[in-house]
Design a protein around this ligand. Structure first.
Ligand code: R5P
Length: 297
């Protein structure tokens, strides 16, 4: 088997390679002055099973194009199979029509991923459980929740409640609750203005008074959801806040929002590479490399 890396998260590829005890194979990605790319596979892949690691996080369009070209290069070079490890699948939140006249961007992405010749996809904590069924190729849908459960079990004992920051996150919180032997859970009623993206929340289900509240989400983008949720939980009497979210999307400005959140720790995974200048004090990154290596084996 040969393992290749796009450029969006090379440290994760290296960790997967170490876990699999193989080396990362060579690719040449030449960028022309107009930013177009020329991709070339340097290792022999004829009749080989191949794997490409490329989360399609910000800048999603660029990372997708790179993934498409690497896949095409592998296919033309005779690879027997091509597994795309896309821990964070960009455009997954645009999985249906929210308003008349919109594009369903994820559908375009799904069709293209299939058309370029990917045989199988490995991804993590997708925004909706329906997403895997949009693909005709096999999808291995992994979750970071078991890693989060392990961290929570290691915390000092204290009355704790798991919180979904919106109704859509309830399924995730229920699974985590089960992994933690039925830990109580609640949820927040979040409203997002579709035109401005601004998040607000006034109501919630569950009693957080005097308790540790753990917010669980699939991703943190601008930090608006987490910040709004944490403020409401503190208002309702929670004594300490922790956050667990799989994907650190972190566009510009997220760090400034997140460092103001009164959370003891914000745990994310390395499904997306967080550059040094976007890290902040309460951030802790948990690696998903071993879970990916296990799924590839
Ligand atoms: C939304 O439904 C997702 O589960 C996340 O809560 C959301 O995408 C986070 O975005 P932001 O950090 O920008 O509020």
């Amino acid at each position: 088997m040969k393992l290749f890396s796009g450029r969006s998260n090379k440290p994760l590829t290296k960790k997967i390679a170490a876990s699999l005890r193989i080396k990362v194979s060579s690719l040449e990605i030449f960028v022309f002055p107009d930013r177009e790319k020329r991709v070339r596979v340097l290792d022999k892949v004829v009749n080989e099973d191949t794997v490409i690691v490329q989360p399609t996080s910000t800048p999603g369009d660029k990372n997708y194009m790179e993934l498409f070209f690497i896949t095409d290069a592998l296919r033309r070079s005779g690879a027997k199979s091509i597994i795309a490890v896309i821990p964070y699948l960009g455009y997954q939140r645009q999985d249906h029509l929210f308003r008349d006249g919109e594009a369903v961007s994820l559908e375009v992405i799904v069709e293209t991923l299939q058309a370029v010749g990917i045989s199988k996809i490995i991804s993590f904590d997708m925004h909706s459980v329906k997403i895997p069924s949009l693909f005709k190729i096999p999808i291995i849908h992994l979750s970071a929740l078991p890693l989060f459960a392990k961290k929570i079990k290691e915390m000092p004992k204290k009355e704790t409640i798991l919180i979904a920051p919106d109704k859509g996150g309830l399924r995730r919180v229920k699974i985590l609750s089960e992994l933690l032997g039925g830990m109580p859970f609640g949820s927040i009623e979040k409203n997002r203005n579709l035109a401005t993206g601004k998040v607000s929340a006034k109501k919630m289900e569950g009693d957080v008074k005097g308790k540790r509240a753990i917010i669980v989400d699939d991703m943190i983008s601008t930090g608006g959801t987490i910040s709004t949720a944490a403020n409401l939980l503190l208002e309702k009497g929670a004594t300490e806040i922790y956050v667990f979210a799989t994907h650190p999307v972190f566009p510009n400005g997220a760090k400034e929002t997140l460092e103001k959140v009164k959370a003891k720790k914000i745990f994310v995974t390395d499904s997306i590479l967080v550059p040094e200048d976007k890290k902040f004090e309460s951030l802790e990154i948990i690696s998903i490399a071993d879970l990916i290596a296990e799924a590839i084996r």
